[in-house]
Design a protein around this ligand. Structure first.
Ligand code: 13P
Length: 256
C-alpha cells in the first residue's frame, strides 16, 4: 500500500508578516533544489494573519499546500474572533488542523466540536488533519490505546469511508510536544498501527490502508529518517523544527 508522505509545518503562534515571508521564501528556495518527483507532500500551516501572504507567495508553487491551524465550523455569524471555512477558501487552504492538544487543553475543545469541524471541512472540499494524543499520565496508566481509539472514533463519527480515506490523522503524544523528547519510533509505529486498526474496525481495511497517519512531537531533522522508515508512519506534523527554512527543508529531504 503506497501512501504519499506528508511533511507539515504547524507554525502555531509564531511569525509576523516579515518572518513569515522569510520562512516561505527560504522553503521555496530549498525545495527548488530538490527532485520534485521524490518529494513528500509539503504543507505549511501559518497563523491566520500570515495566510494571505503565504498564499500569495506560493500560488505558483504546486509543491506546497496551505493548511489553517483552526476553523469555526459555523458558516457565518456572531462568533467574535473566529474564522469561517468560506474565509479560508479565499486562500485555497487545502487542510485544516483540528483537535490539536493545545486547543483541547487550553481552549476547551471537545471531541464533539472537533467532529463538527471535521464534517464542515469535508463538506466544503477541504481536508482535516485530525490530531489525537495521550498525556504522560495516560501513557503511564496504560490507557493510551483506548484513549486514542475514543478520540478517533468520536472525531470520525458520521463521516463516510470516502471522506475518511482522504483525511489525515496526526498522532501527537502530548508529552512529546515541544519537549525535545520524541516518542521512540517503534512505539510511535505501534501506536499508529493501533489507530489504523480503529479505522479498519469502524470502516474497512481498505479505508485504513488509505488514510495517512502522521507522527508529531519533537520531530527533528535528526529523527525524521528513522521515523519515516517505519511502515505505519506516513509523515510528520512538526512544530518547532518547521520554523526555520533550513531545518524544514532538511525534514522534507529526510522524507525523500
Ligand atoms: P513540536 O514539533 O514543536 O514538538 O510540536 C509538535 C506539534 O504540536 C505539531 O502540531
Amino acid at each position: 500500500m503506497s501512501r504519499k508522505p506528508i511533511i507539515a509545518g504547524n507554525w502555531k503562534m509564531n511569525n509576523n508578516k516579515a518572518e513569515a515571508k522569510e520562512l516561505v521564501d527560504g522553503i521555496m528556495y530549498g525545495i527548488s533544489q530538490l527532485d520534485g518527483s521524490k518529494m513528500p507532500e509539503v504543507v505549511i500551516a501559518p497563523s491566520y494573519t500570515a495566510l494571505w501572504q503565504a498564499y500569495d507567495l506560493i500560488k505558483n508553487e504546486p509543491k506546497i499546500a496551505l493548511a489553517a491551524q483552526n476553523v469555526n465550523p459555523n458558516p457565518s455569524g456572531a462568533y467574535t474572533g473566529e474564522v469561517s471555512i468560506n474565509m479560508l477558501q479565499d486562500f485555497k487552504v487545502k487542510y485544516v488542523i483540528i483537535g490539536h492538544s493545545e486547543r483541547r487543553q487550553m481552549f476547551g475543545e471537545t471531541d464533539e466540536f472537533i467532529n463538527k469541524k471535521a464534517k464542515a471541512i469535508l463538506a466544503n472540499s477541504m481536508l482535516p488533519i485530525i490530531c489525537c494524543g495521550e498525556t504522560l499520565e495516560q501513557r503511564e496508566a496504560g490507557v493510551t490505546d483506548s484513549h486514542l481509539a475514543s478520540q478517533i472514533t468520536k472525531a470520525l463519527q458520521g463521516l463516510t469511508s470516502a471522506e475518511v480515506e482522504k483525511s489525515v490523522i496526526a498522532y501527537e503524544p502530548i508529552w512529546a510536544i515541544g519537549t525535545g523528547k520524541s516518542c521512540d519510533s517503534t512505539e510511535a509505529n505501534r501506536t499508529i498501527g493501533e489507530i489504523r486498526k480503529v479505522v479498519a474496525n469502524l470502516y474497512s481495511q481498505d479505508t485504513a490502508d488509505k488514510i495517512r497517519i502522521l507522527y508529531g512531537g519533537s520531530v527533528k531533522p535528526s529523527t525524521i529518517v528513522e521515523q519515516m522508515a517505519q511502515s505505519e508512519i506516513d509523515g510528520g506534523l512538526i512544530g518547532g523544527a518547521s520554523l526555520k527554512a533550513e531545518s524544514f527543508v532538511d525534514l522534507i529531504k529526510g522524507a525523500m
